[in-house]
Design a protein around this ligand. Structure first.
Ligand SMILES: [Zn+2]
Length: 197
């Protein structure tokens, strides 16, 4: 997974600064801001930014959420104290509550089918795929069964309320009505889904 590391957040900043003069420092800030911009479009790991993928196929609705762990709990390392463990547990529980994280129009008659949450560093979780790098991601996958999928006109996320560090969600949908993209924010947590043609 590509990781964008803004120099100001690098742990080795002090060592790094010692080796660089101010001119190089500014040049690399500029370069990393380009990298961050490019990364946003390819789904790279960027703190504060999560991704949501929605697929509707008949009555079946799938919603996948992926976020840097930092945006959920404020760190991306194994827990070092009880507060860390508690933060992981609370976030895991919040993500398991599909109906709170994703609310759908009542008219669509959607019922939660399956919920899968993968949170690194939570006991009993298998997180082999997360690697041992400096970054870690958490994922939630929800599936719903909807009796009236044509009434799936919008979706509201509860993710910003649950996770105040989250600044933006890049969302993509593929439904019977077509494909759509949106950028969700704390002030714009409702997503208007592609309308039937
Ligand atoms: Zn990270």
């Amino acid at each position: 997974m590509a990781c964008t590391c803004v120099p100001l957040s690098c742990q080795t900043l002090d060592d790094w600064m010692g080796a660089m003069n101010a001119r190089h420092f500014l040049a690399s800030l500029w370069l990393s801001s380009l990298a961050v911009t490019a990364g946003a479009e390819s789904g790279a790991h960027e703190h504060g930014v999560a991704h949501l993928h929605l697929v509707q196929d008949g009555a079946a609705l799938s919603v996948e959420f992926e976020s840097p762990l930092d945006s959920l709990v404020g760190f991306e390392h194994a827990p070092r104290d009880d507060a860390h463990k508690q933060a992981l547990r609370i976030s895991h529980e919040a993500l398991e509550n599909a109906a709170q994280m994703v609310s759908l129009p009542a008219a669509a008659g959607c019922a939660v089918d399956t919920v899968e949450v993968e949170m690194p560093f939570v006991e009993d979780a298998h997180h082999d795929h997360l690697g041992k790098g400096e970054h870690a991601d958490a994922q939630a996958h929800y599936t719903f069964n909807c009796t009236e999928p044509s009434a799936l006109t919008q979706l509201t996320v509860g993710l910003f309320k649950a996770f105040p560090r989250l600044e933006r969600i890049d969302a993509e949908a593929a439904t019977a009505a077509g494909q759509g993209k949106a950028v969700l924010r704390p002030t714009q947590a409702t997503w208007t889904l592609p309308a039937p043609r």
